[in-house]
Write a protein that binds this ligand. Structure first.
Ligand SMILES: [Zn+2]
Length: 177
């Protein structure tokens, strides 16, 4: 029988997201766009965690959501995450939104929207797209403004650093990973 994901209260969502934004802020000092994701099981236990590590590992698939999904599937010994909730600090890109559907994640909660590449409503909605064989519930904008400010602060800092070192400026002006 397929169980449903945990029913988090608004306060619990805010608390989890606050922690993720803080972790992402600290991790951003390593050079990758600061995006952090976790997967909670049906009882609210964290069973997967990921940070965007594309630059660190030279891995175009190294997005926070994919790492968290992989870890959760390994731990559950199951690729189906119907009873799980993924929380992430930025609206997932098309690759990650597709993976969330493939993994049959029950619920997705994100903070900042990504007007340029977000694929859960901003540019396209892969959760409701005709190609989606799985329906997941999506809640966006939890601590959205706070996550947006954290990301834009990181991009400003990267631009300042590249001016200081004479290196080419960071190649995106978006808040995306
Ligand atoms: Zn992604």
């Amino acid at each position: 029988m397929v169980q449903s994901p945990i029913d988090l209260s608004p306060t619990q969502m805010q608390a989890w997201m606050g922690r993720l934004i803080e972790r992402a802020r600290r991790f951003g000092e390593r050079g990758d766009v600061p995006v952090c994701a976790i997967v909670l099981d049906q009882r609210g236990r964290c069973i997967g965690h990921g940070m965007n590590q594309r630059e660190l590992n030279n891995d175009p698939l190294g997005h926070a959501e994919l790492m968290a999904i992989r870890q959760a599937c390994l731990l559950q010994d199951d690729w189906r995450l119907n009873d799980c909730t993924l929380l992430v600090t930025l609206e997932p890109c098309p690759m990650c939104a597709g993976a969330l559907v493939q993994a049959r994640v029950g619920q997705v909660i994100f903070a900042a929207t990504d007007p340029k590449r977000g694929a859960l409503g901003s540019t396209i909605n892969l959760a409701t797209h005709t190609s989606a064989h799985h329906r997941m519930s999506v809640i966006g904008g939890v601590r959205g403004e706070e996550a947006k400010v954290m990301l834009s602060g990181w991009f400003k800092q990267q631009r300042r650093r590249s001016v200081g070192t004479g290196e080419a400026p960071f190649q995106t002006d978006s808040t995306t990973c």
